[in-house]
Design a protein around this ligand. Sequence first.
Ligand code: TRP
Length: 342
Amino acid sequence: MTESKGRQRIFSGIQPTGEPHLGNYLGAIRQWVQQQNAPAPHDALYSIVDYHALTIEMEPGSLDRFTLDLTASLLACGLDPERITLFRQSDVPEHTELGWIFSCVAAMGDLHRMTQFKDKADQNKDNVNVGLFAYPVLQSADILLYKANLVPVGDDQVQHLELARECARRFNRRFGETFPEPQPLLSTVPRLKGLDGSAKMSKSKGNTVSLSEAPEQIRAKLKVAVTDPARLRRNDPGHPEVCNVFTLHGCFTGPANPARVAAIEADCRSAALGCVDCKKELADRIVEQLGPIRDRQAAWRARPDDLRDLLEKGRRKAAEIARATMEEVRVRIGVRAPPNSR
Ligand code: TRP
């Protein structure tokens, strides 16, 4: 795959840390699929970043299975390996190679400011490894290895993208113009809270719905989901702007029926619509939309050999670009002589 002139290139990554959930789906995957299906899609690479997942302790031997499961989920959500490149990070060793070079370019001070590192170091006090600290350096390598211009991410990744731009600038200044400065393609989905009302959806907290969840489970979880905390009684007026269930209606009801979302908003404020019914309706929409994904996911998971074949095809496409970039980089940094002088 050669970079056709003027065409933008997208790169994004997703960690194989277990069953993808609503947060991953709305914050990333659904956008990737929309971009792929747009009238003039960009050239896009999506990577299952297993070496990033290694920064958090998990059961040995689980990463391969998680990667295959995630591949199945991404296909089930509509990613089409014929139109985009889908591959596993560890299948393309140039990621870690460029990661090392960038670790000789990036500044300690910049890494010390990363809020995600501070959060994760707090959560994993017994395993604050160097990889957790250098995580954004590897992420910069992921992106710049493909000279990507656009990176679809949520706002929690903006700081990491700044580092990628800084790596590009520092490298270019020191070794000559090589990398573009990638820009974030910010997700239009508003920040989602956990169903329990906590700051973030996460599988480990059990406050979200996974893509493989059965309809009864989805309904049960929605039933107890936290809404507007100020709305104690059925007749209290609601405040949709602070209600996570309303935000989710925007994601699941909005695209097909924006008028219904407007009506829900008005009826919540006037207390004509109660939380119980509002949540039931949301559960219906989620079940409706996740049902087919769940079925396709199960079908793909039953075909591990085909999943491996698809990842291998993706590897070949990604490796071609990665090899060319690294040949250029080795000459730029001077560990190899330029081809014409050999
Ligand atoms: N850090 C990203 C996340 O946690 C995952 C990621 C790794 C990524 N490499 C990337 C995202 C490169 C965009 C581009 O969501």
